[in-house]
Write a protein that binds this ligand. Structure first.
Ligand SMILES: Nc1ncnc2c1ncn2[C@@H]1O[C@H](COP(=O)(O)OP(=O)(O)O)[C@@H](O)[C@H]1O
Ligand SMILES: CC(=O)OP(=O)(O)O
Ligand SMILES: [Mg+2]
Length: 402
């Protein structure tokens, strides 16, 4: 009998599902795709099999269950269906794992209940993650389903960095502490950056900047995370597409007491109507750059605020680490937006951080250095691959269990 080596990875977001079917023999993709605008009139599924034509379906996907059923159909059409004997496991990205989950976890009813209990601290993410899990479990109840948590890699952050300076009893009662997110990406990228540098992760201090729709920074020392910018929820830290990042908690009281906004309205404001979209009306960095290039003042301010926060975090994490060997950019903005990388590192040459304009301008999907030869700190662009990391961790867990 041939061994099952395929892992299906599901990354269910609030209005999208991304999926990849990965062969663990060589990390190749048997298929990949996404369903976007779930619940809207203009839904879209894009399915890319390794062999054959890419397929697009334009239709309404009423909810995540319908979207996942459509994904299952597309896979089945390629003889890669969820019923395929080649499937070893399904790996799920789960954003918030709280204090309990610091490692990949085999999913059962009790694990789902715990992920559900954490919804209030990851309201944009955990509900969608749960739907993905429930639909996949219903379709393949016999198959191991593994949760890989965004918070796991940050479980090593020291108490001094993980603790908010608030009343300890209240914090303990409500499990208020800094958890951090995007950990699977920070873990994958910090290891890939060490490979790019030809060094052992154990001897490196790095600042990793994951700049996607959500954005976060982390300080990684000897392969272990020692500080990260997101906190109790994925709202703290850097400026994001629709989230404010750091803001004075006092503004919540002000907007409530003086502005008359309800708590739910303030939640919506800070999570969905702030960041780049709040400042200039666009959450896509490509649009922000295009408009700023045409002299649009709102877009320019959005860019400036975004980059100022980044530079501030690079400086802070330099202080946390004491010595920095590499600054690493990743995710959609980090991998593609040269002006963001250039501006984030501008004025940091006293710290040994410099960007070579010609190297920075190169467009490539490969991990690469963008610092000049004489730079004391390596500045790198390293594409993230959360799905491959999730597949590896899920596959390893299933094999350990056998
Ligand atoms: N060429 C580009 N230039 C600038 N920004 C880009 C480019 N390509 C993608 N992005 C940005 O990347 C972001 C999405 O990043 P991504 O890592 O795919 O997000 P997520 O996985 O969180 O959905 C978007 O804001 C988009 O504007
Ligand atoms: C945790 C988080 O912010 O994830 P994303 O960037 O996918 O929204
Ligand atoms: Mg992402």
């Amino acid at each position: 009998m041939t061994e099952s080596t395929l892992v299906l990875v599901l990354n269910a977001g609030s209005s999208s599902v991304k999926y990849q079917l990965i062969d663990m023999l060589d990390g190749s993709r048997a298929a990949a795709g996404l369903v976007e605008r779930i619940g809207e009139v203009n839904g879209r599924l894009l399915h890319t099999p390794a062999r054959g034509e890419r397929r697009e379906r334009l239709r309404v996907f009423a909810d995540h269950a319908e979207a996942l059923a459509a994904v299952a159909e597309e896979l089945a059409a390629d003889d890669l269906g969820l019923g395929s004997p080649g499937l070893a496991a399904i790996g799920h990205r789960v954003v918030h794992g709280g204090q309990r989950f610091a490692a990949p976890t085999l999913i059962d009813d009790e694990v789902v209940a715990e992920i559900r209990r954490l919804i209030p601290v990851a309201p944009l993410h955990n509900p969608a993650n749960i739907v993905g899990i429930e639909v996949a479990r219903a379709l393949r109840p016999d198959l191991p389903q593994v949760a890989v948590f965004d918070t796991a890699f940050h479980s090593t952050v020291p108490e001094a960095a993980a603790t908010y300076a608030i009343d300890r009893k209240t914090a303990e009662q409500h499990r208020v502490r800094r958890y951090g997110f995007h950990g699977t990406s920070h873990q994958y990228v910090s290891r890939a950056a060490a490979r790019l540098l030809g060094r052992d992760p154990a001897e490196l201090n790095m600042i990793v900047l994951h700049l996607g729709n959500g954005a976060s920074a982390s300080a990684v020392s000897g392969g272990v995370c020692v500080e990260t910018s997101m906190g109790l929820t994925p709202l703290e830290g850097l400026v994001m597409g629709t989230r404010s990042g750091d803001a004075d908690p006092g503004l919540v009281f002000h907007l409530h007491r003086v502005g008359g906004l309800t708590i739910d309205e303030i939640d919506d404001l800070l999570n969905r109507r702030s960041g780049l979209v709040g400042l200039c009306g666009d959450n896509d960095m490509r649009e922000v750059l295009r408009r700023a290039g045409e002299g649009d003042g709102d877009a320019q301010l959005a860019f400036d605020v975004y980059v100022h926060r980044l530079r501030k975090y690079i400086g802070a994490y330099y202080a946390v680490l004491g010595r920095v060997d590499a600054v690493v950019f990743t995710a959609g903005v980090g991998e593609n937006a040269a002006p963001v990388r250039e501006a984030a590192c501008a004025g940091l040459s006293a710290l040994g951080i410099e960007v070579d304009p010609a190297l920075n301008a190169v467009r490539s999907g490969a991990a690469r250095l963008i610092s000049p030869d004489h730079g004391r700190v390596a500045v790198a662009v390293v594409p993230t691959d959360e799905e491959l990391e999730i597949a590896r961790q899920a596959f390893a867990l299933v094999h350990d269990d056998i």
